[in-house]
Design a protein around this ligand. Structure first.
Ligand SMILES: O=C1CCCN[C@@H]1CCCn1cnc2cc(F)c(F)cc2c1=O
Ligand SMILES: [Mg+2]
Length: 508
């Protein structure tokens, strides 16, 4: 096994590709670019998330559904004004066998247009509300930009929830309930901190009314990344698709329902890899690690007597059984012909959070030796205490991973109230919180003003690589501080009054 050949610091994008490949999470689908094969290590993580989220939304009264994967041009037509921007991403089927299809069909990039004609049919009375369906599937978006595993693929797994409510208030409550579930997936399961907020007009889903989002931060390049979105669609789609109920307050009157749609995709796995991984490879939070503890036998040299070998082997089995019955996902590495060191590297590459080394010396002292994957810390635990100490250690690892990532995000999320300090802050791998007027045109201008074209650097001898401008990431629900009355928008070319602090950054 050759490990990761580049350092995360020096070559982040190659580091990332090597980690997802060598940790056996992904295989490139070489037949067609932009598609990736998700292997068991990935599907284990996705299924932990799916099980947890399914239980939570079932408790909210959401049912599961499964709609066809193809869209007719006719139903796409209904949402044409906001879909036109997406048209280049649509994949079309034009033939079946050697016959052209009368009417080409599109592969779903999302399922509003597939589902909502049937919402119109099924939702008649206010007693049908709230109407809530969720489906787990894959969608296809023929991305033009460079693709990368998990973060930007032409097909990805996600869940898409689509709900209908009687009032804006009821819809709004659910939008935030789901957003909080997304935040918990990141924070409690993936040990990744996120900022909760609302997208600006420029960044929201154009077909919707407003978009709420959880935003992540990638320390390696200081970029923001959209983690998952929960949209209130308002009555936009119920007007397009004529989804109405009789007004309970006024007989004969019909009202368009208020809808939400919310989605979280396998992108979450890429975010987790980028944040926790290191130069030895993947680092998995215990909550999502298929193997939480790997036991590696050590010290079985030629000089060890058969008798010691036998008792050591028996004790190792006891240790494994004790951990398994303590609810720890435990395995042993008995591969012949590989040194312990080789095995250590292999399991470190695959991100197993805790290694237990057990040899005759440990047996004699009635301890196990351990090594934490996240910090490398080593120690020993009395065999008599492993059923409590090992689960505790795994919990500590989960918490420490989150705490470390949270500290990094908090340190690199800075309030900037002097325009000159914005680009330097971005260059120092920060996302910034600036007083902002929230005008779309102003946001476009800010992106422009913060895009440094090459050769604009002071001494042209060192042509500064062009760096992308900053986009708005979200309007944080939790504002960093009270905005002083009358504060101006930070954009020097804008005279408008700032509405709030808005988080901006270079982003994925
Ligand atoms: O983001 C979500 C959550 C789950 C349900 N859908 C919403 C909005 C999806 C926004 N969106 C996102 N991407 C798209 C790509 C396309 F090619 C296209 F035709 C339409 C879309 C498109 O509507
Ligand atoms: Mg897109």
């Amino acid at each position: 096994i050759i490990g990761i050949t580049v350092s995360k610091q020096d070559n982040f994008s190659q580091w990332y590709q090597e980690v997802v490949l060598k940790a056996e999470m992904i295989e490139y689908y070489n037949e067609i670019s932009g598609f990736f094969i998700m292997r068991p290590a990935t599907m284990y993580i996705w299924n932990v998330i799916r099980k947890w989220f399914t239980a939570e939304i079932e408790a909210l009264g959401v049912d599961e559904t499964n709609f066809p994967m193809f869209l007719s041009a006719k139903s796409l037509e209904k949402e044409k004004d906001h879909v036109e921007g997406f048209a280049p991403e649509l994949a079309w089927v034009t033939k079946a066998g050697d016959k052209n299809l009368e009417v080409p069909v599109a592969v779903r990039p999302t399922s509003e247009a597939v589902m909502y004609p049937y919402y119109a049919k099924w939702i008649r009375s206010h007693r049908d509300l709230p109407f809530r369906l969720n489906q787990w599937n894959s969608v296809v978006r023929w991305e033009a930009k460079q693709t990368t595993p998990f973060l930007r693929a032409r097909e990805f797994l996600w869940q898409e929830g689509h709900t209908a409510h009687l009032t804006e208030k009821l819809a709004g409550e659910e939008v935030l309930q789901i957003l909080e579930l997304y935040a918990r997936i990141y924070e409690e399961i993936l040990a990744v901190p996120v900022v909760r907020g609302k997208k600006t007009e420029n960044e929201k889903f154009a077909g919707g009314y407003y978009t709420t989002t959880v935003e992540g931060y990638i320390p390696s390049n200081g970029r923001g990344i959209q983690g998952a979105t929960s949209h209130c669609l308002g009555q936009n789609f119920s007007k397009m698709f004529d989804i109405t109920v009789e007004d309970p307050a006024e007989k004969g009157k019909h009202i368009n329902v208020w809808q939400n749609s919310w989605g979280l995709s396998t992108r979450v796995i890429g975010v987790m890899v980028m944040i926790h991984g290191d130069d030895k490879g993947l680092v998995l939070p215990p909550r999502i690690s298929k193997i939480q503890v790997i036991i590696v036998p050590v010290g079985i040299t030629k000089s060890v007597t058969e008798e010691v070998k036998a008792s050591h082997a028996a004790q190792l089995q006891d240790i494994k059984k004790t951990l398994l019955s303590a609810g720890v996902r435990t395995d042993e590495d008995q591969r012949e012909g590989y040194t312990p060191a080789w095995k250590f590297n292999d399991w470190e590459l695959k991100g197993v959070p805790l290694r237990i080394e057990f040899g005759p010396k440990d047996a004699a002292k009635e301890v196990v030796s351990y090594a934490r994957r996240d910090t490398g810390e080593k120690g020993t635990i009395p065999i008599a205490e492993i059923d409590t100490k090992v689960p505790e250690l795994l919990e500590t690892i989960q918490k420490d991973l989150y705490t470390k990532a949270k500290a990094s995000f908090d340190e690199h999320r800075v309030v900037v109230e002097d325009w000159e300090k914005v680009v330097p802050a971005l260059d120092a791998k920060n996302v910034v919180l600036i007083p902002f007027c929230q005008e779309p045109k102003c946001e476009d201008k800010i992106k422009d003003l913060t895009t440094t074209k090459h050769d604009e650097s002071p001494d042209a001898s060192v042509p500064q690589a062009p760096s992308m401008g900053m986009k708005s990431l979200c309007i944080p629900f939790e504002q960093p501080k009270q905005l002083v009355e009358g504060t101006k928008c930070l954009n020097p070319e804008c005279q408008a009054t700032a509405q709030s602090y808005v988080m901006f950054g270079r982003s994925y």
